[in-house]
Each structure stands twice: as C-alpha cells, then as structure tokens.
Write a protein that binds this ligand. Structure first.
Ligand code: SAH
Length: 341
C-alpha cells in the first residue's frame, strides 16, 4: 500500500479500475502519488541518457515498426565504428555518462562486431554506462557483450498477453522467447529495462493489466512506455495513435509498482503532445533520452511517423530537454543514474 495515497497496487481489480477511470480528480491523484513516490527515492533528479541509433536494418517484421524488414521504402543505414565513437565524443562533451546503442536486429552486428564496438567505447570512457537495445540474442551473446563492458539492456516486452503479442508480430516471434531473453539478461547481471506501447492495435484494458502484472513479476530496473504511433509504410499504418492520458496513467502505475525504477519520458510521448515528456516527468518518470545520432540518420530511424527532434543537433536536444525539466522545478542530473537498490 502506498502510504500517502491509499492506492493498493497489489489489487488487480483496483489497477483495472485505474486503467479505465476517466475521473480527472482520480487521475490527477494518481499522477501526484507517482511523482511523490519518485521524488522520495530520487529527489527531483531527472537522469540523461544519450541515444545513438546505429542501424535501421532489421531482420524482423513487427507489424507496427517502421524499420521492419518488409518496409521497402525505408532508406537503410549503418553507422561505422568511427561514427559511433564520434557520437560518443559529442555526448561526452555535452556531459553524458550513459550511452544507449539502439538498432534493429541487424545480422551484420555479430557478437564479434558488437564486442569490438563496446570495447572501444569502454576503453575511451571507462566510467560511462553502456546500454544496449538491440533485440533478441542468445544467452551466450548477451554474456559476451556483458563481458566486453555493456552494463544495461533495454528490451520491451511490447505486450504481456501471448495472444496480443501474436497479433503484433509474425509467427516467428513469441512472447515466451522475449521473456526468456529478459530473464537471461537479468541473470547475467545487466540492469534490465522492459516496457510496452500503449494503444497498440487490439490492446484492451485487460492486456494492459497483464503488462502491469508482468512488471510486478519481473521487477525490471527500467520501464519504457510510449504511445503506439502509426507509421504509414507498415501494416498498422492505418490504426490510430495511442492516447496521451492512458499512456501517462501507465507511467504512473508503473512507478507505483516499481518505486525505484528508472522510467524515461519517451520521445514517442513528446511526439503525440508538445508537452508529453514533461507531463510524464510529473507522472513519475525520471529519465530523458536526448538523441546523439548523426542528423542524417535521424530521419531514417523511422520507427513511427512525425518523430520529433529529427533535425536538431545533439547539443540543441540536450539543452531543450534541460529547459523543459527545469521549467517544472525538476533537476537535470548528468550522473550515470544507476538503479539504486
Ligand atoms: N530492435 C530493438 C529496438 C526496437 S525499437 C528491440 O527489439 O528491442 C525500440 C522500441 O520502439 C520498440 O521496443 C517499440 O516498443 C517501439 N516502437 C516501434 N515501433 C513503434 C511505433 N510504431 N509506435 C511507437 N513505438 C514503437
């Protein structure tokens, strides 16, 4: 039971009620409780991660994702090791102490290649956290990358309902494999992030409840939540985007379930609403992920349409987000921001 709010997050009926409620007073109370709980553990700090989108090649065909294999219209790119290190140098000069390497599941980035990249970053930046977000790999692969110096791994479960998962992905992919990866990552010693889209096609309040139950069971260190946003060249291009308030409610409920989690105010939230990220911070999020990718790669890393910040220099992103944080009395924190046990 959360002390100040009497929101009993162990009660599934209560969670389902909060997922469904349209009572603005109740919703505001939920956001407030989540922010309070966050501040109790992390004060008003908001941590920075520098995002490097290093490849938009992908062997998967997820129905919602703009960089899916089947999207023939996408202009594909891969960054070289030198380009990745240049992004890190820019990030380091701007004060970042975490780099997040994200990409599609690109077979060219073999274990050997990833070890080479991670080792090079680790050598130049011994104290900087290295986060990977490169999809499903074998346990051996995750072990090799951890040994090379990676510290954290983001792998959203996307939906914790098996049937729903099958309606978002081709038959070759399964929720159980996704979960196996997550458990392996945790077991190896990574700080692990999972999460889900809100408002994806065929989602229901019950599947969202499953998502929260999975968070409770798996207890990740990080939780990434953003609205589904259609990308025109995908099979889901005609579906509506996920609702803002529901996404914020899921951020707040995740905070109540996992008081110490690191929860980003995602770019997708900033895409569906000009102040979406600030509102997430006020509903329990405590991480931002400004983009460090080269400008000409930004547009091509088109997970969904109308993605924000695709034309901005890294420094502009960094300081724009800092301004947004400060305007709400929160405090930008450039330290590594590790999960605090
Ligand atoms: N290949 C990596 C990274 C995927 S992209 C992996 O599998 O983890 C990162 C996240 O973007 C995905 O996990 C998904 O939740 C989100 N995403 C993809 N397409 C999206 C869309 N159309 N709308 C909103 N979020 C999307």
């Amino acid at each position: 039971m959360s002390q100040k709010t009497n929101i009993d997050i162990s009660d599934d009926a209560r969670l389902l009620h909060l997922i469904n409620t349209e009572d603005t007073h109740e919703i505001e109370g939920l956001f407030h409780a989540a922010r309070e709980l966050c501040s109790r553990h992390y004060r008003n700090a908001v941590y920075f991660r520098g995002l490097i989108e290093f490849t938009n090649y992908c062997k998967n065909d997820c129905y919602y994702c703009g960089i899916r294999k089947g999207n023939q219209k996408l202009d594909r790119y891969r960054l070289t090791l030198k380009q990745i290190l240049d992004c890190c140098r820019t990030g380091d000069a701007l004060g970042f102490k975490t780099f997040v390497l994200q990409g599609g599941e690109d077979p060219r980035f073999t274990d050997e290649r990833m070890v080479e990249i991670i080792s090079a970053i680790r050598k130049e930046y011994p104290d900087t956290a290295i986060t990977l977000s490169i999809g499903e790999r074998s346990r051996e692969s995750y072990e090799a990358l951890f040994k090379a110096g990676a510290n954290r791994y983001l792998l959203r479960h996307e939906t914790a309902c098996g049937n729903h998962y099958r309606s978002l992905h081709p038959g070759a992919m399964s929720l159980s494999e996704r979960k196996q990866c997550l458990y392996a990552l945790k077991d190896i010693g990574y700080q692990v992030g999972t999460g889900f889209m809100v408002g994806s096609p065929f989602q229901t309040p019950e599947t969202l409840l499953e998502d929260l139950r999975f968070l409770r069971e798996f207890a990740p260190h990080m939780v990434g939540i953003g609205p589904f946003i259609p990308q025109a060249d995908t099979p889901f291009g005609v579906y509506p985007q996920g609702p803002l308030t529901l996404t914020l409610k899921m951020v707040a409920l995740s905070r109540l379930i996992l008081p110490k989690a690191l929860i980003p105010a995602t770019t997708a939230l900033g895409t569906i609403s000009p102040d979406g990220r600030e509102r997430a911070l006020l509903a329990g999020a405590n991480v931002v992920m400004p983009n460090l990718s080269p400008i000409d790669a930004r547009q091509k890393y088109a997970l969904y349409d109308n993605k924000i910040c695709t034309g901005d220099e890294a420094a502009k992103c960094r300081f724009c987000i800092e301004r947004r944080i400060k305007s709400h009395g929160l405090v930008p924190d450039m330290s590594r921001g590790d999960y605090q046990d």
